[in-house]
Design a protein around this ligand. Structure first.
Ligand SMILES: [Zn+2]
Length: 154
């Protein structure tokens, strides 16, 4: 069968969307972290027994020492913005409506940054500013149980 007619037709594309629901087990360490947010309103990290680095979100292992992290640590709800970027354009699957900022936040007591959002007072946002976690009214065991961080002092 000849497909000669194809040579006379301009190829077109159609845009569509596929939604793929999925379930992902967050593991023992992730479960304790998310339950801490949901049930207790606490931000938990864990400490490497060798280098003493405190991770948040907590990690099963220390990536530097290759040993299991052990001791659980309750971190402060405040910290410092180490880096940020302000989002001005809406894009599918964003966790908030622009404008908002993604920020790497070094919580008090942690040795690594937590990736989260700042939604208000963006004109005051800069690296080095102190921020505080704002918990969601309804918590479900998700990183967005922390709704965002707010600037508390410049
Ligand atoms: Zn370590």
């Amino acid at each position: 069968m000849s497909a000669a007619w194809l040579e006379e037709v301009e190829g077109l594309t159609l845009k569509g969307k596929i939604g793929v629901p999925y379930t992902w087990w967050v593991g023992e360490v992730g479960s304790r972290f998310l339950n801490g947010l949901k049930e207790e309103g606490k931000i938990l990290g864990n400490r490497c027994p060798r280098c003493k680095k405190v991770y948040v979100p907590p990690r099963k292992n220390c990536g530097r020492c290759f040993v299991d992290n052990g001791e659980w640590v309750e971190l402060g709800k405040t910290g410092v913005v180490m880096a940020h970027t302000v989002v001005h354009f809406e894009y599918p699957l964003q966790p908030a409506m622009p404008p908002f900022a993604y920020a790497l936040i070094r919580l008090d007591g942690a040795d690594v940054e937590l990736f989260h959002m700042i939604k208000k007072d963006l004109e005051r946002l800069r690296n080095g500013v102190r921020v505080e976690a704002v918990f969601a009214e309804r918590r479900t065991g998700h990183i967005l149980d922390i709704d965002s961080f707010r600037i508390v002092r410049e």
